[in-house]
Design a protein around this ligand. Structure first.
Ligand SMILES: [Zn+2]
Length: 78
């Protein structure tokens, strides 16, 4: 049987390649973002921004979120 080593090689190759292919395919699917995905309103320009990416300012009234440093500065200047 000359075919046997080839068959064994083929089976082993598939066993090694399949999990690798599955792992490569996984990151293509966007993972659901659960942390910091909350929307907050910019009190200066009334724009909604994702909390995790907003510019954060802690004031006497609490934490305020802004779309940019410019808006944060404008609010402080009030
Ligand atoms: Zn803004």
């Amino acid at each position: 049987m000359r075919l046997l080593p080839f068959l064994i090689f083929a089976v082993v190759a598939v066993m090694i390649l399949l999990p690798t292919l599955r792992r490569l395919r996984l990151p293509a699917r966007p993972l659901p973002t659960t942390v910091g995905d909350e929307l907050v309103k910019d009190p200066v320009c009334q724009t909604y921004i994702v909390k995790s990416r907003a510019v954060r300012r802690t004031t006497a009234d609490g934490v305020r979120y802004f779309c940019s440093e410019q808006c944060a500065r404008l609010d402080m200047g009030r």
